[in-house]
Design a protein around this ligand. Sequence first.
Ligand SMILES: *Cc1c(COP(=O)(O)O)cnc(C)c1O
Length: 337
Amino acid sequence: MMTDRIPAVMKRPRTESVQQNFFSVIDLLGFLGLDIRFAPHEIIETSGFPFLVPQSFAERMRKRDWHDPLLLQVLPRADENIEREGFSDDAVGDAAAQAVPGLLHKYDSRVLFLASPSCAMHCRFCFRRHCSFGAAPTEAGAMDRAFRYIAGHKGINEAVLSGGDPLCFGAGALDCLLQRIMAVPHIKTVRIHTRVPVADPGMVTQAALDMIASVNSVKNCVVVLHADHASELVADCSQVLTRLRATGAVLLNQSVLLKGINDSIEALCGLSLALLDHGILPYYLHQLDRVRGTWHFEVEEETGKRLVKEMREKLPGYAVPRYVREVAGEKSKRNII
Ligand SMILES: *Cc1c(COP(=O)(O)O)cnc(C)c1O
């Protein structure tokens, strides 16, 4: 699986060297002043998908609160090991959608690069937590195959960089990939799907911001962030988002509807308003992908529909995300309402 590889973030020299990652849930709970004996759920050390939480993300959690919405996203619960009917390793059919290794082609006009095997943080509800491919473009020849495929499909007008997280790709490798994408005449838009600015803002270097600005001067550059709760968009994260906005790229956000985390009208409206404060438009609210080990995060679709209807009554249309689910084999994400 992809997380067997050492995430780049662990190898990376840091400019602000005081920043640390938490590699153990016990250490994080200690930092938050929480005693595991009083945990409302059984906690496990790991379950094959290692624990990884950046210091910055931990600092945005409320101390001594088991129900903090940031903590709940990264807290490994024994529930992960309980098998549930309908939850599988590759719920969204990624393996079948590989055009060549490391390149997914599900939707006619856009391809998706699995540009990096690692992430800055391990969200327990990750839909690629069992992903056994990815990062193939780094292997000799795989990159050439990906670009030959794109050259042969003139209907592709957008390249999405995902992973893992493309901003965890070594700077040189990311630059190389972007240069090759920008050289393809029929690619008009370069989209970067990243949680790094939210998970570990200190990893967003000036060089990365300059790179985004330069992509945006040649093609349309769209950055799709991933925040699930307004409490993520504070402190150093807020500052980095302001700098990201200055690149001129279009900023969007995708979130996942998560039980006990953002399944309330207050949390969803709060997230939309906090995004708007940073010049980011809510794009997708995803129904949880039914991936093994994530069932305890699932919110019923009926609840989701009711919440989104209520959001429409409270917010301008542009601040209401599209509530979607991904169905393997379909030619676009499916609108739930
Ligand atoms: C979600 C996704 C996209 C992007 O879809 P949009 O609806 O354009 O945001 C592209 N490729 C793959 C494989 C995806 O899963």
